[in-house]
Design a protein. Structure first.
Length: 222
């Protein structure tokens, strides 16, 4: 899986920035797109995969090399229980290393609810870290995409939620999630930004004295 900064080159970042500028030309809200490589550390899933690899490796060695104790070396091999103390931990370490480097292996052993909770938790942290909640009119909106989990979250400050409503925010998120399954991620994200600008322009139109409080850039979290 490509990391966030690998997926978005200079051209893709410029395209997203232009989409934000165009969307904010319609509204007083501040739109911040964020793409994260992953939202959580799935240690339990990595451990589970490691344990399975360790056990599978031991069983394989047992079936292949187990033989009668009395056979001479060179004619057959045999293993004892204490070999498990070497083979299983070694396989466990190998499995954990693989799952930590190949994210989808860990996701195979991660419940969907846990992944969703991790994405929502991470999105909430980014919302505050990027000071999206500190706009003058409490009008910040964040579109957050997490690559590993294949999930998206749309979070908004008080003014946006109050004017636009949570159902509309959920619709933007659902449309983005559906688009991510069919289109390149930059295309789907640009469309979500455009849709957010249209919706926000109707309820929070841009004012003559509006100031751009947040940078019109794509935030990448690798």
């Amino acid at each position: 899986m490509k990391r966030a900064h690998q997926l978005f080159g200079l051209q893709e970042r410029k395209r997203i920035a232009e989409a934000v500028v165009a969307a904010e030309a319609r509204t007083s809200a501040e739109i911040v797109p964020v793409v994260a490589t992953q939202s959580g550390r799935y240690d339990r899933a990595e451990d589970t995969f490691g344990l399975l690899i360790g056990l599978a490796l031991f069983v394989t060695v047992w079936l292949v090399f187990q033989g009668p104790r009395e056979v001479d070396w060179g004619q057959g091999l045999w293993i004892e229980w204490w070999h498990a103390l070497i083979i299983i931990p070694g396989g466990f370490a190998l499995g954990v290393a693989l799952a930590s480097r190949i994210g989808w292996l860990a996701m195979l052993f991660t419940p969907r609810a846990e992944a969703a909770a991790e994405v929502l938790r991470a999105a909430g942290g980014v919302f505050f870290d990027q000071r999206i909640h500190h706009t003058r009119g409490s009008s910040g909106l964040m579109i957050y995409v997490s690559l590993l989990e294949h999930r998206a979250v749309v979070l908004a400050d008080e003014a946006v939620t109050g004017k636009l409503g949570q159902p509309a925010l959920d619709e933007i998120c659902n449309n983005l999630t559906a688009a991510l399954r069919k289109k390149p991620i930059p295309d789907a994200l640009a469309e979500a930004i455009e849709q957010a600008g249209e919706r926000l322009g109707a309820v929070l139109p841009r004012q003559a004295d509006d100031k751009n409080e947040l940078a019109d850039v794509l935030v990448l979290i690798s």
